[in-house]
Design a protein around this ligand. Sequence first.
Ligand code: PMP
Ligand code: GLN
Length: 379
Amino acid sequence: IQSKLPKVGTTIFTVMSKMASDFDAINLSQGFPDFPVSEKLIDLVYQNMQIGHNQYAPMPGLPKLREAIAKKVSNTGGVDLNIETEITVTAGATEAIFSSVLATVHSGDEVIVLEPAYDCYIPAIELAGGKPIPVSLNPENFTPDWEKVKNSITDKTRMLIINFPHNPSGAILRDDDIATLKEILEGNPKLIVLSDEVYEHIIFDKETHLSVLKDEFLASRSIAVSSFGKTFHATGWKIGYMVAPEAIMKEIRKVHQYNCFSVHTPSQYAMAEYLQDEKNYLGVSGMYEKKRNFFQQAIKDSKFKVIPSYGTYFQLLDFSEVTDMPDLEFAQYLIKEKGLASIPVSAFYSENQDHHLLRFCFAKGEETLQKAADILCKI
Ligand code: PMP
Ligand code: GLN
């Protein structure tokens, strides 16, 4: 059949995880934690199944969970949200992104994507009939190059997709980025922002996550997406949510109701209750910061150069001192010959580029991180 996505193959995360398993390598490639989900949260899911919360949840998500999300947003300095009209629970952030793009991007609309970019944005834009416009982040620190963004805006630009804390680099937004973003939106009334904030609760060095939901004006022009997979170490549960102004959300729900309708009911009850204790989301950063520091310390005598990671559970390493192999080739070599899996950063770009960067996921126990570091130190 004629492909609608001719450039798309199997995702790099699936490819590298499979290769890790085939070669019995330590898997720091695909991003997922190797430690258990809180027993309390698991018990809550089980209890809710036992008492019979097993049928369809309402299409926008359980009201109790939407209330808990609104409370979390306001607790972390965000705007007050209307739970009836502005919050929808989704099948992970992936569905939120897909439904948002499909509902808002019309045929021929341009969508600016900051690269390196998470892999699901461009296929969603293409399926909507939109035109992805890749714009590189600053190569030295992966922050937005706002001049380049401004210069890429045309009268067809409908959406700008941002993702901070940033996968794969761990870069974050600062106050001056937010000020420039607001200025850009003020000057371009047709433009909306899709802000992928799945790592919002994983931020280090006393930095603060600057959500688009912390500013009334930005919130009025943005769709914000988050994922309980990241916050509760349960990537396999595939539950997330999106927040958008009523008029935009009304359109997105038209897609969500046919793409997914609603997500796992007992988990929604459980998460609504689990979110009542703010430690359950505010404590996540500290736990990951220790892991980041452990991994960075363990590889400090290696030839790999650490690119600062201020958030997410990813660490970029520059391997220019080690080899001039392309990153995909070097990543494959590391799995086959050294038993360690990572993700080549070129996979996050639409055009082939030579970066000498690999991404390592440090959401792992210290023993695993130490073993990985021992391998890197011997190279
Ligand atoms: N956006 C980014 C930047 C991600 O890293 C991920 C997951 N790895 C997602 C979206 C998808 O999240 P979910 O698993 O909740 O669909
Ligand atoms: N977001 C995860 C990562 O960046 C992968 C998720 C997936 O495999 N779809 O590694």
